[in-house]
Design a protein around this ligand. Structure first.
Ligand code: PEP
Ligand code: MN
Length: 340
């Protein structure tokens, strides 16, 4: 249940309501989203709302009927629009093509990639991780702060927006200083402290779905960020684990289709991590684009065979170049504009 307070509500309204809920033994949380004060109760609470509606300063009471509440269309039917400037707008009919290597490896590697993406396709959002969440402690873990410095150089030299990932709260401030969009990876999705801290930032957050996460848990994670005050959440489906070992994960297009219906948040898809095999990534990207989504995350590398992470799925520049015009036509066919 979400209680929306009107702009004219006072501290007294808040106190009256909090005391009333305390008497009923109901958990309630104050949330401020874009200057709108809300009280959100545990979703299981189904009390009599007539009293709430009668309190002066209460604008409306929304029964979302779900455990994820702020991200649902029941709370807000209108699509959330996240505008980063420079033509990068999520949630208003564009499919933003975000591309780059899995990890920042060297100055030469990121500069060559950014140069290719910017000059050939005018790609506006550069992706690359400086803090890599690797499954093996013996694999390349990323260049950390040095990687962030190189990403800053990419922005300076090519005017691209930067999306880069945060693994945990120890380096969140450093990442937030540099990133235009902060990415929370599939394994970090359950780090609730990280979600809460990201909720206290103003920057947009791309929240990747955990690879064993139900749609409900995924949307609850989005609510974790939003309930801490950040409404700029972009959902990302990146593949879930299936019984099939020959593809890396299974891109859950069904979940993506359903999430578009359930949530007002923008949704982007990551065919690279789902497929895990470069040759088939463009085909999966095509099917993702056909869904009519707000963006795509694609890994590409100047020398895939020698990439330090996720080399099997990194597109060569040639593969990337062949993919873009096809995506462009598909986006047009489904009434979207590919921003590349
Ligand atoms: C990545 O984007 O390089 C990455 C590690 O993604 P995920 O968290 O989806 O595995
Ligand atoms: Mn990767």
């Amino acid at each position: 249940m979400i209680i929306k307070l009107s702009q004219s509500s006072t501290e007294a309204t808040l106190n009256t309501l909090t005391q009333w809920f305390a008497q009923q033994g109901v958990e309630v949380r104050k949330v401020v989203l874009e200057n709108q004060v809300l009280l959100v109760t545990s979703s299981k609470w189904r009390g009599d709302t007539s009293y709430l509606n009668s309190v002066e300063g209460v604008e409306s009471v929304v029964d979302t009927g779900t455990e994820y509440q702020l991200c649902t269309r029941k709370f807000q039917n209108q699509d959330t629009v996240i505008d980063l400037g420079g033509g990068v707008v999520f949630g208003r009919g564009c499919t933003i093509l975000m591309a780059g290597p899995c990890a920042v490896e060297s100055e030469e590697q990121v500069m060559r990639t950014a140069e290719f993406l910017r000059s050939k396709f005018d790609i506006k959002v550069f992706r690359a991780g400086a803090f890599k969440p690797r499954t093996s402690p013996y694999s390349f873990q990323g260049l950390a702060d040095e990687g962030l410095r190189l990403l800053e150089k990419v922005r300076e030299n090519f005017g691209m927006k930067i999306i880069t990932e945060v693994k945990d709260t120890t380096h969140l401030d450093a990442v937030a200083d540099v990133a235009d969009i902060i990415q929370i990876g599939t394994k970090a999705m359950y780090n609730f402290s990280l979600l809460a801290f990201c909720g206290q930032l103003e920057k947009p957050i791309v929240l990747k779905r955990g690879f064993m996460t139900t749609i409900k848990e995924f949307l609850q994670a989005a609510d974790f960020i939003m309930s801490n005050g950040n409404s700029k959440v972009i959902l990302c489906e990146r593949g879930i684990r299936s019984f099939e070992p020959q593809t890396r994960f299974c891109l859950d297009v069904c979940a993506a289709a359903l999430v578009k219906e359930l949530s007002h948040l923008p949704i982007v898809l990551d065919p690279s991590h789902a497929m895990g095999i470069a040759a088939q990534v463009p085909l999966v990207a095509q099917s993702a684009a056909a869904l009519g989504i707000d963006g795509l995350l694609i890994e590409t590398h100047p020398d895939p065979a020698n990439a330090k992470s996720d080399k099997e799925q990194a597109l060569s520049f040639e593969q990337f170049s062949q993919m873009v015009p096809v995506l462009d036509r598909i986006c047009t066919a489904v009434g979207r504009t590919l921003v590349a």
